[in-house]
Design a protein around this ligand. Structure first.
Ligand code: ADP
Ligand code: MG
Length: 312
C-alpha cells in the first residue's frame, strides 16, 4: 500500500492521508473492512448488560472486612467466596466448609441427598491452595459414610498440619465445563474471560476475553469466538446448553469486577453448563487494595476517603 498526501484547500484542516493500492484485490478488501467498520459504528452504542438483584452493599462490607483483616489482600476462604458470589447471584453449588472428620461426614450425609446419584465431592482445603486435583486434593463421586471418612483420613495424612478441613459439595450432573473469570489489568481495567474449562483448561487454551463492563454484543461474541462454541450451541445430536444462564454468569462477573477494582482475580472453573442451567463447582477469588482505573479518562480514579478506602 502506498500513501498519497492531499493538501486540502481549507487551512483549518490538516492534510488528509489517502491510501493508494497497486493491487485491486487489496483495495477491495480494505474497502470491505471500511464498510464493516462503518456498519459497526452505525449500530446503537452498546450499553452495559443488566445484572439484576446484585447486593452491592453486602459485597462491599465483605470486601472491606477482608482487606481490613488482611491489608496485603489475598485469597478469600471458601465461606467468604461463597458469600461474595451469592451477593452477585453467581451460581456456586452448595459448598460446606467442614473443619474436622465428623463435620465432614455430617455434611456429606446431608448434601448427598442433593447430589447427582446421591454422591458428594470432597476437597481438601488449606489457605492459598492452587490446582487441587493435581495434588490429589479433590475426590468426586463419593457414596457412603465409610468412603467419605476414609478419604478425609487420607487427606489428613497427605496434607498434614496445613490442612484446614475440607469443602463438601453435592456432585453436579455432568455437562460442558467452562471457565469464567475476571482479572484486573493495571492498564486496561477489569477483563472478563470465558474459556474451555475443567482440569484441562490450560492445555486447551481456548479463551475469549472482553473489557468490563460487557455489552450484550460482548456476551454473544465471547461465546461464538470460542473454538468449543459448537459444544455449547448443540453438537452431534447433543442439545444446546442454557446460553441464557451462561450470559447471566458473564454479566454478573462483569458487574462485580466493574464495581470492585479490589477484586483482582476471580476464577470460576469449572462452570458446568447443561441444557437446564449453569452451576459452578470451584471458585477462587483474590482481593487487593487498588484504586479503580478509568480507561476513558486515562487517569487513576482514586476512591474517596469517605468510603474508608486508601490508595496504595
Ligand atoms: P481444581 O480446579 O483445583 O483442580 P476442582 O474443584 O475444579 O479442583 O475439581 C476438579 C474437577 O473435578 C472439576 O473440573 C470437575 O470436573 C470435578 N468436580 C469438582 N467438584 C465437583 C462437583 N461438585 N460435582 C461434579 N464434579 C466436580
Ligand atoms: Mg477448578
Amino acid at each position: 500500500m502506498g500513501v498519497i498526501t492531499v493538501k486540502r484547500p481549507a487551512r483549518a484542516y490538516p492534510p488528509t492521508v489517502l491510501p493508494a493500492y497497486s493491487d485491486s484485490v487489496a483495495a477491495a478488501r480494505a474497502l470491505a473492512h471500511a464498510r464493516d467498520r462503518a456498519r459497526w459504528l452505525a449500530e446503537a452504542p452498546p450499553g452495559p448488560v443488566e445484572a439484576p438483584d446484585c447486593d452491592r452493599g453486602a459485597a462491599r462490607s465483605l470486601i472491606d472486612g477482608h482487606l481490613t483483616a488482611h491489608p496485603d489482600g489475598g485469597w478469600l476462604d471458601p465461606l467468604s467466596t461463597a458469600d461474595l458470589l451469592a451477593a452477585y447471584g453467581l451460581p456456586l453449588t452448595t459448598s460446606v466448609w467442614a473443619r474436622d472428620e465428623d463435620a465432614v461426614v455430617g455434611a456429606a450425609n446431608a448434601l448427598g441427598r442433593l447430589g447427582h446419584d446421591g454422591k458428594v465431592a470432597l476437597k481438601a482445603y488449606w489457605p492459598g491452595q492452587v490446582h487441587k486435583s493435581a495434588l490429589g486434593a479433590v475426590r468426586t463421586g463419593l457414596g457412603g459414610e465409610a468412603d467419605v471418612r476414609s478419604v478425609y483420613r487420607e487427606f489428613t495424612e497427605r496434607f498434614g498440619p496445613q490442612l484446614a478441613g475440607a469443602v463438601v459439595q453435592p456432585m453436579a450432573a455432568p455437562g460442558v465445563e467452562l471457565l469464567a473469570g475476571v482479572v484486573q489489568d493495571r492498564v486496561f481495567g477489569p477483563l472478563v474471560v470465558l474459556g474451555a474449562g475443567g482440569t484441562a483448561a490450560d492445555v486447551l487454551a481456548d479463551r475469549s476475553a472482553r473489557l468490563a463492563p460487557l455489552s450484550e454484543r460482548d456476551l454473544t461474541t465471547m461465546v461464538t469466538d470460542l473454538r468449543s462454541a459448537p459444544l455449547l450451541t448443540g453438537h452431534a445430536g447433543a442439545p444446546a446448553v442454557d446460553l441464557a444462564a451462561l450470559r447471566s454468569v458473564l454479566a454478573r462477573l462483569s458487574r462485580l469486577a466493574d464495581d470492585f477494582p479490589e477484586l483482582v482475580e476471580a476464577d470460576l472453573n469449572p462452570v458446568i453448563l447443561r441444557p437446564d442451567g449453569a452451576l459452578c463447582v470451584d471458585a477462587r477469588v483474590r482481593l487487593e487494595r487498588r484504586p479503580s482505573f478509568d480507561p476513558y479518562l486515562r487517569r487513576l480514579r482514586r476512591p474517596s476517603a469517605a468510603e474508608g478506602e486508601r490508595t496504595p
